[in-house]
Design a binder for this molecule. Sequence first.
Ligand SMILES: Nc1ncnc2c1ncn2[C@@H]1O[C@H](COP(=O)(O)OP(=O)(O)OP(=O)(O)O)[C@@H](O)[C@H]1O
Length: 734
Amino acid sequence: MRRPKSKELRKQQRLSEQEEINLLNSWIQFQPPDSGSNPMSLPPLPKNSSVGLLEGNTYSRYAGASRFDQFPLSKKTKDALREAKFVVTTDIQRAALPHALYGRDILGAAKTGSGKTLTFIIPVLEKLYRERWGPEDGVGSIIISPTRELAGQIFDVLKDVGKHHNFSAGLLIGGRKDVDMEKERVNELNILICTPGRLLQHMDETPNFDCSQMQILVLDEADRILDSGFKKELNAIISQLPKRRQTLLFSATQTKSIQDLARLSLKDPEYLSVHEESVTATPSLLKQIVMIVAPLFFPVKEVPFPEGNHVVKFVFEAFKKLHPGIPLKCLHGRMKQERRMAIYSEFCEKRSVLFSTDVAARGLDFNKAVDWVVQVDCPENVASYIHRVGRTARYKSGGKSVLFLLPSEMQMLEKLKAAKVPVHFTKPRQERLQPVSSLLASLLVKYPDLQHRAQRAFITYLRSIHIQKDKDIFDVMKLPINEYSASLGLPMTPKVRFLNQKIKSKAVSTKSVLVEPEESSEKNVLEVSRNKIDTDPFKDEEIENDLFQLADPANEDKVKSSEIEEIIPATRVLKKKKLKINVHRPVGTRVVFDDEGNTLPPLARIADTQSGKEALLLDQEQKAEYYRRMRDDLKKADKEDKLIERQRLREKRIKQKMKWKGGNEEEEDQDDNSGSERDETVNRRHKKNKVYFDSDSDEGEKNEIAGNARTSSTAVTLEEQEALALKLLNSMHS
Ligand SMILES: Nc1ncnc2c1ncn2[C@@H]1O[C@H](COP(=O)(O)OP(=O)(O)OP(=O)(O)O)[C@@H](O)[C@H]1O
């Protein structure tokens, strides 16, 4: 009895769905928005006006509608939107939904946090629904995101808004181990949300993976996906998609490049930039400050991704040690995927400080949890700035941001202003600046593992500056390199040797080795180089130094940054990746193989030579010796300071006693008591304000003396400590 009934029910449901689809199709066709028009210019429909089928077989106007229930959407989508409390549309939704529902290609641009995700999720669901897409139809829509976290976030929105639909959807992102399981199931999925690399991996490796019938393609953060970092992947993907499809592109900083659009074969796309006329390019509730600081007065400059991983790791570790108790988190692209996702979710839920590379710069909607965005490095361009600050002040909430620039990066301020970014330039109050180099120097002595991190941070930072395109702002030769090195607490500026022309020309010949790039959400040319050199720390350092040698301005015109990836010895990647030997190499060129039979480029041999190792060892010994000396010096100075302070206090007490002797006996007693109380208080306070070396001491005397430490506030302690360390640093740097 039950079966026929449910069959009957299913039939009825199918019929009513078909009726709904017919109605929706007629409604959409009845009064579509004019091509080239922006529906925002139309007056919104009154709140309670009739919608859908009206008397006389006409339909209500949906172009210009400002509430979701006024659009020709399925009941399933409307119910889910209402349940998620999405009632009134944002500007971009109002402008783009009518065109997207009508089936047009779209290039949508709107400020960060203005609801672009729903603007493409809704048309995807509706298109497949109206096409009656089912499990047997396979892939119907592909949504591509530049990062894994963003793909995960889009997937969550899809699950929410599509919860009453019967589509199957999959999140295909790199870094997940279950790729084999994915391969078995991917052909059954209707909606794929993916990073470019993982999608391409399925296109290449999954048997019978078929996208030939797909209906709608979405590129979120389109300008990023279309830029050079993803060029190869995207071209390969597009070549496997049907030409007859709808394409939606969204970003807060949209591309208008004809070349980019030609690659996607868009058909008369609607360019909808809803905030173009707006006075500002960033959210109106975002307060933005820019400050110029010297590196010595700020812990460290973060670097743009992907080269920022080492710097972020170092800053994070240093802050953890400098500010124990404050919940700090760290996110960068070299973390395991599970950890990345966990940190992202924890940060959305609990108040904390997140140190991140640009992996978190775009698209992420941290549950409106971000109050401040602090940029400790100069973004690579205005677009990058807009996305970074856009992690706060989302939808209707406010937020604040501060950008720290070096004096040499002042031009960024002008560029931001020219791009309608309302930044307030503020001078830092000198008395509020806290020098950190001495603190970091102390940390480095105390935690030797940080020494290597600091050094890598230094080198990767310089390299990131070198590879930046905008040479007006990023000129490695203008950087106060010694100051920067000192600001990281490094005892001496790491050696940055310059390659001579001979090695360089040899290096360029390594073009014979082609390395296939790894899938990565943070893909760019240099990530490949990064992988190549990520071997043992000593080797790394040498190679990184070698790399930096290319920054010689005399060589700059001859060696372009794109060549760098070909120049670096690629031993690690060579072991893993497919190789092609250039058959056109000059006759007689010697091909060298490593232990595993992979070919090695000439530079790898050079990097491995014994003399290099010896030089490196010498360097390491020098540094170790330096740290030993510095540690001893600091300990000695600390001891001397404390003795002086003790002596000073003793003299003060004696002076007071002498003074009191002139007074009456009672007063003297009282004063004496209060005097010792005062000293007690001072002592207690000093115990709390222990400086790093106090706690590091293994001498019994030390903690006892700590009570008599010389300062009455932390600020004085820091100042004195800084003066001491600066003295030491200067002596090394000079
Ligand atoms: N119509 C709406 N009503 C209420 N809230 C909305 C609406 N549309 C979107 N939001 C909320 O606004 C926030 C920002 O949306 P979304 O993440 O889509 O922004 P975005 O434009 O994609 O930002 P970015 O450029 O940074 O990627 C989200 O929390 C989302 O839930």
